[in-house]
Design a protein around this ligand. Structure first.
Ligand SMILES: Cc1ncc(COP(=O)(O)O)c(C=O)c1O
Length: 369
């Protein structure tokens, strides 16, 4: 009989319920990477006020929504294509682009590879080194892209699961070189709003300069609205945006997301509160984990942290078990290429939950035999 426990993704609460018998509602989702402050109050009010809009179709061009996103990301509305979560756009891009040789900077979010493979494309891994802060060295990366004749470069920035984030200068060097090589660059910025300075870090304004760039964003994580299924792509190449729009199913963003989705971008109070709360917990958790023998946190830039287990007696599976036995669901990173059973990831939730997790990690490491 196979008694091995499966490895769970961050949103697999129902699967965890089935395996461990813990009701999904009682699980503290440290693997979900969602803002613990919940919905923007302005979004909540707007959703309630517009509930009857669901009786109609959304504007097929999503003009008002794209204008609101434009104000949030700092790029023109005609460069923006909305989708049912960032996921629809990842799928659309990978399946229509069908890359011959896509470069994936690993370890990273697994959906890129899945969508490339589903679309009949092929990809290869470029391993990010911990010694370099899990950031690509532009010169080395460009050399590798040229040698392998890559046609697509996929970057997640900030990267899931490493929480590392390339700055604008590093991105520009990569974009400049990639443009010369005729390589398309796809930057997933799902976590950008959590960083200390999103306006300075986002690649969105670079779509005005680089036709080979597409930037992706969404509201699932920072705006704590994964159920709204709202994402967007910002395209350097307007023609390519049009082509993708023609391939997309009409009305894939539903009416409530279309009508109310733009409201949260104007909720300055919520945005600033979220950012400063995450910054405070990020610093606190980083310092606390640094002080636990056998654990070594990777400096985080987003709302989650990758932690290396340096004590050889403890595995990521064991830490997962210790945490889930207390209802705390972290991410065992053993399914990520090159991380093996040496890493866990968790996001920053409510202060008291974070403290419970830190205590559990400390106690488990101290009792390691
Ligand atoms: C890096 C990254 N991109 C995209 C997504 C999916 O985003 P959405 O809910 O907008 O489809 C996730 C979800 O975990 C993610 O981690």
């Amino acid at each position: 009989m196979n008694t091995a426990k499966p490895v769970f993704h961050g949103s697999d609460l129902e699967k965890v319920e089935a395996v461990y018998g813990i009701p999904a509602k009682d699980i503290v989702p440290f693997g979900g990477n969602v803002n613990p402050l919940g919905l923007s109050p302005m979004l909540r009010e707007s959703l309630i006020a517009h509930i009857d809009d669901i009786t109609g179709y959304p504007d097929r061009e999503y003009t008002a929504l794209r204008e609101a996103i434009s104000g949030h990301v700092g790029a023109p509305a005609d460069r923006i294509l909305v989708g049912s979560g960032a996921t629809e756009l990842i799928s659309l891009i990978m399946q229509t682009k069908r890359p011959r040789q896509a470069c994936i900077l690993e370890p990273t979010y697994s959906e890129y590879r899945r969508e490339i493979q589903l679309g009949g494309g092929t990809c290869y891994d470029y391993l990010l080194e911990e010694g370099l802060g899990f950031l690509p060295d532009p010169a080395r990366l460009l050399e590798d892209l040229a040698a392998r004749k890559a046609d697509l470069l996929i970057m997640c920035n900030p990267n899931n699961p490493t929480s590392s984030c390339a700055d604008r200068q590093r991105l520009s060097s990569i974009l400049e070189g990639a443009q010369k090589l005729g390589i398309l660059v796809f930057v997933d910025e799902t976590y950008i709003e959590f960083t200390p300075d999103p306006e300075a870090l986002t690649a969105a304004p670079l779509t005005n300069t680089y036709a080979n760039l597409v930037v992706l964003g969404g509201v699932s994580k920072f705006f704590a609205a994964p159920g709204l299924r709202l994402g967007y792509g910002i395209f350097g190449d307007l023609k390519w945006r049009e082509e993708l729009k023609d391939m997309q199913n009409p009305w894939s963003v539903h009416t409530l997301a279309a009508t109310c989705g733009g409201v949260m971008f104007r909720d300055r109070d919520y945005i600033l509160r979220s950012r400063s709360y995450i910054a405070k917990e990020r610093d606190r958790c980083y310092e606390a984990v640094k002080a636990i023998p056998g654990l070594q946190p990777v400096p985080p830039r987003a709302n989650f942290m990758l932690v290396k287990i340096t004590d050889p007696r403890v595995t990521s599976g064991r830490l997962f078990e210790a945490c889930i036995s207390r209802g705390l669901m972290i991410r065992d990173c053993s399914t990520f290429p090159a991380l093996g059973d040496r890493y866990i990831r968790f996001c920053f939730l409510k202060e008291e939950d974070n403290t419970r997790l830190l205590d559990t990690l400390r106690e488990t490491m101290e009792s390691a035999v």
